[in-house]
Design a protein around this ligand. Sequence first.
Ligand code: 8Y4
Length: 278
Amino acid sequence: MTCLMASIAQRERPLVMAILNLTPDSFSDGGDLYRGDKIDLDTVLYRAQHLIDEGADLLDIGGESTRPGADKVQLDTELARVLPVLEALQGRFDVPLSVDTSSPELMAEAASRGAGMLNDVRGLQRAGALEAAAASNLPVCLMHSLGEPQVMQDNPQYRDVVAEVVVFLRERINACEQAGIVRARLVLDPGFGFGKTLEQNLSLFRALPVLVAVGLPVMVGVSRKSLIGAILNKPVERRVFGSAALAVLAAQAGAAIIRVHDVAATVDSLKMLYAVQS
Ligand code: 8Y4
């Protein structure tokens, strides 16, 4: 969708992407949209309206839990979680709807139902994903991950984490261009927490300007993640302030999109940053 890429280009502050987690995984940020074992669409609509009222610029809808150690989700389960929600939200709200998926089947279905962006934590590496994303004509976020969620936190090792993430993303940009996805449709994401130790996450965060210098918009997703928990020694529900602090730092480093759970806290923090900067 050119309009999303245009609002990224014209931004005076990063866009705030609100997470709408459709997995029943109740440990962190999922499960609360369910009534029993079914997603409750009225609850989803209410939550979406609330996130937008708080200032969300786009919503990220996902049906696969990519938490470390999470079980694999079958395609039919993922489709059944995401598509009814996309249909319910589409047309009711004027913010772009990003779909968090690595499945080419869901990419195609989502594109035909009005999705505004594809967000793939596997950087379009699954068979058929490049082709599906190309055919969708949608903006795509390419994220770095070291291995599958089931095993990614089992002793991740890099010679130089920043260099390796940049090389990976450049390689995926090339693969996209070969597949007919122009650079103007791409967003890059270093994938905080996806196969990275605390030290590796901090090195990557410090190096955000290096990633920004690649020349494509950069997305940052650190909201409530374990790097914050490790520094603050706090459980997920008490990581709001730490998340807001990192959102400000990411914005200062030139991030274009910040993916968050806590929209109000993020928007206020970013407004303060921009008041000081302008
Ligand atoms: C508490 C709550 C602790 C959630 C951890 C988590 C990213 C992403 C995810 C990201 C992009 C998550 C889908 C992991 N993270 N997409 N998705 N960038 N582009 N964990 O960093 O939020 S899911």
